[in-house]
Design a protein around this ligand. Sequence first.
Ligand code: URA
Ligand code: SF4
Length: 215
Amino acid sequence: MRLDSQLNVVTAAPLIPPSPTLTKLRTVAAECKACDLWKTGTQTVFGEGRPSSLIMFVGEQPGDKEDLSGKPFVGPAGALLDKSLEEAGIDRAKVYVTNVVKHFKWEPRGKRRIHKKPNAVEITACRPWLQAEIRVIKPRAIICLGSTAAQAIIGPKFRVSTQRAQFVESELAEYVTATVHPSSILRAPSDEARHLERARFVDDLKKIRAALASL
Ligand code: URA
Ligand code: SF4
């Protein structure tokens, strides 16, 4: 029996244009239906930043604010990332931000939409968009934010808790590593814990900046 790719699109791969640019990718991704998340998300939230960006940050999936605005990292986690980049001396204009999964996955809780972790089917379906972004931008460094991105990009053995900011061998870029997700810092149980976690996050970013000495 022939598997009809038109009927069984399990990944976004058939949608990737032959000579992609960020603009082309963004336009086509807006119509993506390779997994079910397009049904409940407001819109595809594609990555953002200059094609010449040296560093790519990869989160898990857009959040509530990102889903509504169509831009990645514009909510509270994005604000924390921006502030931390500034403290680490990393020019935001040289940074591209994106996510492993490009639609917001959520479940209702009262009137709120609560973030729900994407599953393996959704991650696999969406991966070609991220792969295409990496091919077009060719960043010197790829920094995964949180374990979903770390598992998807580096592999299932990487542990953010013990290996954060350690560079791993990868074909994807010269420097590849992962650190915590900014949302996890926001969820810290006390002000003191949050300050401590943010300082560690800034230290990780400084380490990355030092590796890319020419930034
Ligand atoms: N969290 C993410 O992982 N990505 C976003 O774009 C926003 C919040
Ligand atoms: Fe396509 Fe990714 Fe959205 Fe699924 S989450 S519909 S694969 S863009």
